[in-house]
Design a protein around this ligand. Sequence first.
Ligand SMILES: [Zn+2]
Length: 389
Amino acid sequence: MKLVVRVKLPTPVQAAALEATLHACNQAATWAAEVAFEENARRPLELRKHTYAEIRARWQLGAQAAQHAIKKTCDAYTTLKANLRNGRYGRPGSRRHIRAAGKPIVFRPQAAQPYDDRMLSWQHQARTVSIWSMAGRLKGVAFTGQAGQLEVLAAHRRGESDLVCQGGKWFLIATCEIAEAAPNTHPVGFLGVDLGIVNIAVTSDGARHCGRRVNRKRERDRKLRSKLQKKQTKSAKRRAKRHAGKEARRNKDINHKIIKRIVAEAERTGRGIALETLTGIRERARLRKPQRTTLHSWPFAQLGSFIAYKAKKAGVPVVYVDPAYTSQECSQCHHTERGNRPAQAVFSCRVCGFVEHADYNASHNIAHRGWYVWVCGAQSTAPELTLIA
Ligand SMILES: [Zn+2]
């Protein structure tokens, strides 16, 4: 499976050369995107015919860099097409849709540029890279990263890396190919996991990964954020930015810890993991106003993709179930009605009288449905994904 490792190039002396390189590559890609738009040539082979020679001549790019600029353009159009189809820009005919589809793609001057092994080589012992630039080959460019990640990098790096400049800092984002455990093809059952707001994750074993402390902290964060936004001074903006990074890191760390425990439990007991399909969780959840802000800032998607990734690595099968009525269905007699849930935290069946914590009841339903999905053969396995560790 693929994993992404990010290393930092701490203030390289050659930063000017790298910057010039990114600018040239992105200018060339933006120009190629215009040609692709006008000529309707959005496949690499076709677009190469129209643009390769001129990119080499006009921007003085090397053969590899020119190829990558063209491929990057084509990839961007493919992504745009998929997003348009999936409704990310609203309905066809809507203003956003027309705006997105009706003009060529433009690359930021500092957008990421892919590097292959001929343009970039790694010296893991010395912790340096040798990298192609407009000013020739730059040798001995130092990089740093977390010890664990550098080990992964040295052992498993494969294929392309991206050079990117974020907030004035330089990074290389390298792709690693990691072996995964043999998949468990005969799970004895499924561990249902209900992802939520009040409780971040509740499993059908009854483990409740509570978010009370986190939510309280996030509420404070939100207040601070809006206070800083109102101020609009330079220092307030700086502080807000620093704070946002901190909050994201803390959320990520909490997610990692929760998921580690859930996946380990499923692996230990020979079970798979059942999750609700996450798309539309925001649309589905009807909440009182104060909870709404909490919901919209909680990284559900991150939680879901972390589970898929960690489970895959451990060989634990993951199935996604239809989320309809999981919170209103009785996990004992399967009677479903809205009245079964008199309060946010309480489930109380109107027919058989079964009473349980609402999220725990829902996680049971998810586990049932997971097993059903599995035996019906409609196995949805964890999607292929990459993750910035
Ligand atoms: Zn019941």
